[in-house]
Design a protein. Structure first.
Length: 374
């Protein structure tokens, strides 16, 4: 796969690229990549299209089998077909999980911003628990332990925006806390294939033991990996039968399952055993290093190394900007604003793009940062 290939996305109503119209602002914000979708995914969609009728569609058994095979092959995790609930996206899954749980929300921050809307959407209370930065970003286990029992922890694992890939040890500690404090846990694992740091390994928290399995809802999708988020499909793994039936009941007539084109693409993704993902990871890891090197030599900015995702969480507080997003846009670069993620003083840069695009973006970033410090 040629990840260096540049595809013009302007004029396709792309959320990322249409934001700035024809202005000279390079968009490095919303989390899709500028890479071509691999041929085996496109072929699966085409094959389904060639049938000529796109009717209402039940979840294909072959899709369920593909996910179960993926979980077994990738995580040595035995998933029961009855546990699965297919959905038109991870974000609907987060909201359905919260509604079904009907408990106070516990959300480590900074966090992918739709997490911050769940309490309001679902009429629940929330506790935001800032992560700690010492030797890299980590969960504040003491603050988590001090919260009232009987909640639901909403986790992004790997973490967006910090790029942390939680270790098995960290997840085991969190699972123990859930058990001790009678919390449920909803884990959004959408970025779990985007592992960049040497030795980074993803563990689905539900795979650790039976206790956390039965108190968790895990959300998976292939949409980030293969750059098909526009096709909208995710799967919730809900081992506990009563939680699962509550989630099913909550979704009735509000959100459907996904459609046949999304099923076809997801099946091809979950069944993929080619080297495509390794190539993607190697390309993204080199991009992450370029971002890290660029940030390291600039005054007034810092970031922790990205272990997973294609997102860099960069602190620009010392640049003394009133509105960092607006400042970088005025200087030709479209970034996501930290406050949207409950992360004041930060911007998020999406480096899921061809190297030449990234180099252009980093030049813009450096020029703007240097200008700000005078
Ligand atoms: C952590 C996380 N969860 C969910 C999503 C979106 O999922 P979906 O498009 O399936 O709702 C994103 C997209 O950026 C994400 O980063």
């Amino acid at each position: 796969m040629n990840f260096d290939q540049i595809t013009d996305r302007r004029g396709t109503s792309s959320t990322k690229w249409d934001k700035y119209g024809n202005a000279d602002v390079l968009p490095m914000w919303v989390a899709d990549t500028d890479f071509q979708v691999p041929p085996f995914i496109l072929d699966a969609i085409r094959q389904r299209l060639d049938h000529g009728i796109i009717g209402y569609t039940n979840t294909p058994t072959s899709l369920t089998d593909a996910f179960i095979g993926y979980a077994e092959r990738t995580f040595s995790w035995q998933v029961d077909p009855d546990w699965l609930l297919w959905l038109p996206g991870v974000v609907p899954g987060l909201n359905l999980a919260a509604r079904a749980a009907d408990r106070h929300l516990i959300i480590p921050t900074p966090i992918y911003y739709p997490f911050l809307a769940i309490a309001r959407n679902c009429g629940l209370s929330e506790h935001l628990v800032p992560m700690i930065r010492d030797d890299g970003w980590r969960l504040d286990m003491e603050a988590l332990a001090a919260l009232p029992p009987g909640g639901i922890i909403m986790l992004a694992s790997p973490q967006n925006p910090t790029g942390r890939v939680f270790t098995r040890h960290e997840l085991r500690e969190l699972a123990e806390l859930c058990s001790e404090r009678d919390h449920l846990l909803c884990s959004d694992d959408i970025h779990c294939e985007l592992l960049l740091a040497a030795g980074a390994k993803h563990t689905p928290i539900a795979s650790l033991n039976e206790d956390i399995r039965d108190r968790s809802i895990s959300l998976f999708a292939v949409t980030k990996t293969y750059n098909i988020p526009g096709i909208s499909c995710a799967v919730a793994v809900v081992p506990d039968a009563s939680l699962r039936s509550k989630m099913r009941a909550e979704r009735v007539d509000l959100t459907q399952g996904a459609g046949p084109l999304a099923f076809a693409a997801s099946e091809a993704g979950f069944a993929d055993t080619s080297s495509w993902r390794d190539e993607l990871r190697a390309y993204l890891a080199a991009n992450a290093q370029l971002v890290q090197d660029c940030v390291a030599q600039l005054p007034g900015v810092w970031m922790e190394p990205v272990e997973g995702t294609y997102l860099a969480w960069i602190n620009v507080a010392d640049l003394g900007l009133n509105n960092a997003q607006a400042y970088f846009e005025d200087n030709g670069l479209g970034l996501s604003p930290g406050p949207q993620f409950a992360g004041d003083g930060f911007v998020r840069l999406n480096f899921g793009c061809p190297r030449a695009t990234l180099q252009d973006g980093l030049e813009r970033f450096s020029r703007a940062a240097n200008k700000a410090v005078g």
